[in-house]
Structure formats: C-alpha cells, structure tokens
Design a protein around this ligand. Structure first.
Ligand code: HEC
Ligand code: HEC
Ligand code: HEC
Ligand code: HEC
Ligand code: HEC
Length: 440
C-alpha cells in the first residue's frame, strides 16, 4: 500500500474496504448525499458558456490533487491553507464563513460514521465535507487508516485543516494559486504586481450557479429514488423562473458576496422565501372553515430542497379560556424516505412559485372555538434525528467512544428545530364573515 503524502500527488482514494456485509449495508443507508467516488464531474449544460464549464471541470476535478509545496517567495502567511490565515487579510469573508454551515461541515454527525467506515467510504463523504487532499491526509492520520501519510503535516497545512470543514482553499486555491470572481470596480486586477499570494486568477464561473452544483446536485447517474435524485437543487433551480431571470444561488445565498450561506437552519432566511397566511370563515352559525396557505415566493428550488428537513404545519382550535387547545389538522412538508433510502413515503415539497394549503372544516358552537392558530415548525435535520435514534437503539455494535459522539450528534441535531411562524385568527361571529392574517 502506498502511503499518502502531503506534498505530492498520492492515492487519496486508496484504503481497503474492511467491512462485513451488514456494516456495509448500514453505511449505504447513511450515505444520503453520496454521489459515488468514481462519478465524473456533472456534464456541462448547454447554456453554460464553454469557458465556464471548462473552468469548472478543471476546478472541481475529483479527487482534488494536493496543493504541493508552496512557491518560493510566498511568506508563511501567504502559503498557509488555514482559513484563519486567509482571515488575516480577508477579515469579512472569514468572519462570515465562521458563522456558516460550510465551516461546520465536519461535526459529530459525520465523525461517528467515520469511525465505522473505511477510508474509501469516508473519502467519498469528504468530497463535499472537506474536499482538499491535505484534509483527507489529516483524517487518515486521525482515524489511523491504513493509507495515512508517513510524515507529519507541513506548516502550510497545519494540524486543524480537516476539522475546519469546507475551507476557503477548497473553493479558491489550486496548487497555491488563488482563483476568485472578477474583482469589483476599483479593486486591482489579479495580475497587479506586488499583490499577496502572487495575485489571483479571475473567472466568472464563481458567479454561476453551476459552481455550487458540484456539491449540491447529484451528477447524472448518481443515486436517486423513484427517478428523483437525492440532491437535485441545481436542476430545481434550472427549471425555475430564477434561472431564466439570472437569479443565481449566489444572488440569494451570497448577497453582496457575503460568505454567510444561510438556508433552512435560519428562520429569517426561510421566512423571507415564503408567504404565509391563515384565513377563517364562518359559513353558517354552526359551520366554518380554516385554511392555511404557504406560498414559495422567493426560493430558487423546492422547499425544502433536500430530503433531510421536515416542516410541520398544524392548525389548532383555541377555546375562550386559556389552556383549551385542540389540534384540528396537520401536515408535513418535505420528502420522506426510509432510513435505507430505498422507499419514499411522500414528497410534499413546494416547487418555486408553488403553494400548499391545509384546511379544516370547523364544527362551531356559540363559544367554541374562539380562535384558530397556525403553527409552523421546522426540523432542519429531521431525517438524521430518525437515523441517529435508530443507530442508538442498535448501538451495541459500536464502541463507547462512537456511541458518545452519536449521542452528541443526536442532541445537536434535535436542538436545531425551531418555530418558524405562529398566526392566530379570531373566529368571526357572523355567518358569511371571514378573518385573515398574513405573516411577515
Ligand atoms: C463554498 C465555496 C466558497 C468558500 C468555502 C469560500 N468562498 Fe470566497 N467566494 C466564493 C464565491 C462563489 C465567490 C463569488 C461570489 C459572487 O461573486 O457572487 C467568492 C468570493 C470571494 C472573494 C471576493 C470578494 C469580493 O468582494 O470581491 C474573496 C476575497 C473570497 N471569496 C475569500 C474567501 C475566504 C477568505 C474564504 C474563507 C474564510 C472563502 N472565500 C470561502 C466561494 C467560496
Ligand atoms: C465542496 C462542496 C460544496 C460546495 C462547492 C458548496 N457547498 Fe454548500 N454545503 C456543502 C456542505 C457539505 C454543506 C452542509 C454542511 C453541514 O451542515 O454539515 C453545505 C451547506 C450549504 C448551505 C446551508 C444549508 C442549510 O441547511 O441551512 C447552503 C445555503 C449552501 N451550502 C449553499 C451553497 C452555495 C450557494 C454554494 C455555491 C456558491 C455552495 N453551497 C457550494 C458543500 C458545498
Ligand atoms: C455531494 C456532496 C455530499 C456528499 C458526497 C456527502 N454529503 Fe453530507 N451533506 C451534504 C450537504 C449539501 C448537506 C447539507 C444538507 C442540508 O442542510 O439539508 C450535508 C449534510 C450532512 C449531514 C448533516 C449535517 C451534519 O454535519 O451533521 C451529515 C451527518 C452528513 N451530511 C453525512 C455525510 C456522510 C456520512 C457522507 C458520506 C457517506 C456524506 N455526508 C456525503 C453534501 C454531501
Ligand atoms: C497577506 C494578505 C493575504 C492573505 C494571507 C491572503 N490574501 Fe487573498 N488577497 C489579498 C489581497 C490584497 C488581494 C487583492 C485585493 C482583493 O481582492 O481583496 C487578494 C485577493 C484574493 C482573491 C481574489 C478576489 C477577487 O476579487 O476575485 C481571493 C479569492 C483570495 N485572495 C483568496 C484568499 C484565500 C483563500 C486565502 C487563504 C488561503 C488568502 N486569499 C490569503 C491578500 C491576502
Ligand atoms: C431566490 C432565492 C434562492 C435561490 C436562487 C437559491 N436559493 Fe437556496 N434557499 C433559499 C431560501 C429562502 C432557503 C430557505 C428555505 C429552504 O430551505 O428551501 C434556501 C435553502 C437552501 C438550502 C438548505 C437546504 C434545504 O433542504 O432547503 C440549500 C442547501 C440551498 N438553498 C442551496 C442552494 C443552491 C445550491 C442554489 C442554486 C442552485 C440555491 N440554493 C438557489 C433561497 C434561494
């Protein structure tokens, strides 16, 4: 077996699968987002300019080769791949990135799985979660994989690059050269003499949605269920009016080039994308109807785009007195599949511009109900909550350290659940009247 080297091209994907059959099945079930290690980069689409697709095919080659030794003349700071080093000069991007999920892509939810995976399998996960060759080498050292490098990491790699997750260099650095979007007016072009790290190469590919597709879209032939890929964000966007308008992933997720990437985990981001209303009508003295409507007005893909999150919509009847509450209708928005990812239960996601309504017929009494309440709760990691609970129930086969990380993953994922919206509407007193409340 060839040892993985930090400084030159090695075999990042080597490592023998040392699994018996049951474990392998389990791992397949865990690999929701996997596209397959040997999958070629997604085929460029016709409307993407040739120069951009050529750039991206080269930029997102799989697996990424090691950066190699830094060019002579780079200071230690310029040579460093560590995000905190980039942050010495690019302060705003670093501060933003630190609050984003891209900087938390190596967490307990992934790490307990790495302890039961082969190097080959884990490297497939790292294609999106920590894509640099140097990160894979550090992971191999940490997990004592057979293909670990024989030398300690050089200074420009540093000890923490694996834990740092989706780092700046994964998107911006190839063989120590910086690549970025065309600079804004007033900023120096990339070939200006004297710029740190030898200047930079500008490409409009950074402003194209296709840039993100490398990790947010299963490639052709990737894993799918009922003909719909597990990750279909780019295709959903491509079919929407946002693609026609030129509203890219970056327009919504990186406004003003900010590196925040807010998504389903952020209530304000989700609210901005939706139009939510609750209407209650009294049809006759004894009958009425309550109707909640959720419209996707500013989301460039299905809501939610992945099969992981679930959105729980519930209508309650509230009595005149405090504490009198009864659930009258409930529905889940999302794509629900079993843990083995072999069976789809339902797919109620809302496409861009689409809407979903939840109605309940009301049997009215003179003083009941007094009001109708709509509650919308979001569990961004719902699928993983099920998976981690299932694994804990069968955790007899794991060592105590793995179980501890799994418990941490479960509690962290549960903690991300939040109340998105609560609307309350009085039941009108006269037949033919209706009351309406709109969120935002
Ligand atoms: C997931 C990929 C990704 C990661 C990770 C990432 N960036 Fe970026 N970065 C981009 C994209 C895409 C753009 C262009 C956005 C646009 O033009 O709308 C960009 C733009 C930039 C720019 C140009 C900003 C400007 O205002 O002209 C700099 C500088 C930069 N990034 C530095 C960093 C640093 C430093 C980090 C880490 C702290 C980082 N990036 C992490 C994708 C990334
Ligand atoms: C190298 C792979 C990679 C690239 C390139 C990439 N992402 Fe991501 N992205 C990820 C991973 C992995 C996560 C999940 C991190 C976690 O939670 O563990 C993520 C998370 C996100 C989230 C957070 C979603 C949430 O659940 O709230 C958003 C939004 C996002 N990415 C948008 C983008 C956009 C826009 C681009 C292009 C500019 C992009 N990403 C490029 C891998 C990538
Ligand atoms: C094609 C890119 C890609 C690959 C390959 C990939 N993931 Fe992910 N992963 C993502 C994205 C994107 C998200 C964020 C999904 C969301 O926010 O809904 C994510 C989220 C997760 C999460 C939940 C967030 C967290 O950090 O706890 C876990 C756990 C996870 N992935 C595990 C894995 C494992 C294990 C593998 C390998 C078997 C893997 N992923 C392979 C893209 C990928
Ligand atoms: C010693 C300071 C310094 C360090 C360290 C540094 N940069 Fe830069 N970088 C600059 C300057 C100055 C520019 C040119 C002005 C600008 O665009 O901000 C630049 C330009 C860039 C650009 C091009 C921006 C554009 O408009 O397209 C990218 C991308 C970039 N750097 C990424 C990085 C990343 C990633 C790191 C860490 C691996 C890093 N830089 C480390 C100072 C630095
Ligand atoms: C018109 C604005 C808009 C565009 C364009 C857009 N998004 Fe989003 N995105 C949102 C909003 C709002 C959310 C939060 C609601 C949700 O989760 O669907 C979101 C959520 C997400 C999430 C969270 C995970 C999930 O299951 O929802 C990811 C990942 C993501 N977007 C990636 C992308 C990528 C990649 C593109 C481009 C192919 C893109 N987005 C285009 C607005 C947009």
């Amino acid at each position: 077996m060839v040892a993985l080297q930090f400084g030159r091209s090695g075999r990042h994907n080597a490592g023998m699968p040392r699994f018996h059959k049951t474990t392998r099945l389990l791992v397949i079930a865990l690999a929701i987002m996997t596209c397959g290690a040997a999958a070629p980069p997604a085929r460029p689409q016709r409307h993407i300019p040739g120069s951009i697709s050529r750039f991206l095919a080269h930029h997102w080659v799989y697996p990424l080769p090691p950066e190699g030794p830094p060019p002579r003349g780079y200071s230690a700071l310029e040579a460093s791949l560590s995000p905190s080093s980039c942050g010495e000069c690019h302060r705003q991007q670093y501060q933003d990135w630190r609050t984003s999920l891209h900087s938390h892509s190596i967490g307990p939810g992934l790490l307990w799985q790495f302890r039961i995976m082969s190097q080959t399998q884990a490297n497939r996960c790292m294609r999106c979660h920590a894509p640099l060759a140097e990160q894979k080498a550090l992971a191999a050292l940490e997990f004592h994989w057979p293909d670990a490098p024989s030398t300690p990491p050089p200074a420009y790699v540093g000890p923490h690059l694996f834990q740092d997750g989706l780092v700046c260099a994964a998107c911006h650095v190839r063989r120590h050269r910086r690549f970025g979007p065309p600079p804004p007016a007033g900023m120096p072009p990339g070939n200006t003499p004297g710029l740190p790290h030898g200047g930079f190469v500008a490409s409009p590919a950074f402003q194209h949605s296709r840039f993100c597709a490398t990790c947010h879209q299963s490639p052709p032939g990737g894993r799918s269920l009922d003909g719909i890929p597990f990750e279909n964000t780019y295709a959903e966007w491509h079919a929407s009016r946002f693609a026609r308008d030129g509203t890219t992933c970056q327009s919504c997720h990186m406004p003003d080039r900010r590196h925040l990437w807010r998504g389903i985990h952020d209530p304000a981001m989700v609210r901005r994308g939706l139009n939510i209303s609750l209407q209650v009508k009294r049809l006759s003295p004894l009958t009425g109807v309550a109707q909640a409507t959720i419209r996707s007005v500013d989301i460039g893909h299905d809501f939610p785009t992945y099969l992981v999150p679930k959105v729980y919509v519930t209508l309650y009847a509230l009595g005149p007195g405090a504490g009198a509450v009864r659930e009258i209708a409930t529905e889940t928005i999302g794509r629900s599949v079993n843990l083995r990812l072999t069976h789809e239960f339902f797919d109620t996601r809302i496409p861009p511009g689409g809407q979903r309504t939840l109605s309940a017929n009301l049997a009215l009494k003179p003083d009941w109900p007094a009001r109708i309440e709509l509650r919308i709760e979001v569990s961004p990691g719902a699928h993983y909550v099920h998976l981690f609970r299932h694994e804990l129930r069968h955790s007899g086969r794991y060592d105590p350290a793995t179980v501890a990380i799994l418990r941490q993953a479960l509690s962290q994922t549960i903690a991300t659940r939040y109340l998105l919206t609560r609307l309350v509407v009085p039941v009108p007193s006269a037949a033919g009247q209706s009351a309406l409340t709109v969120a935002n």
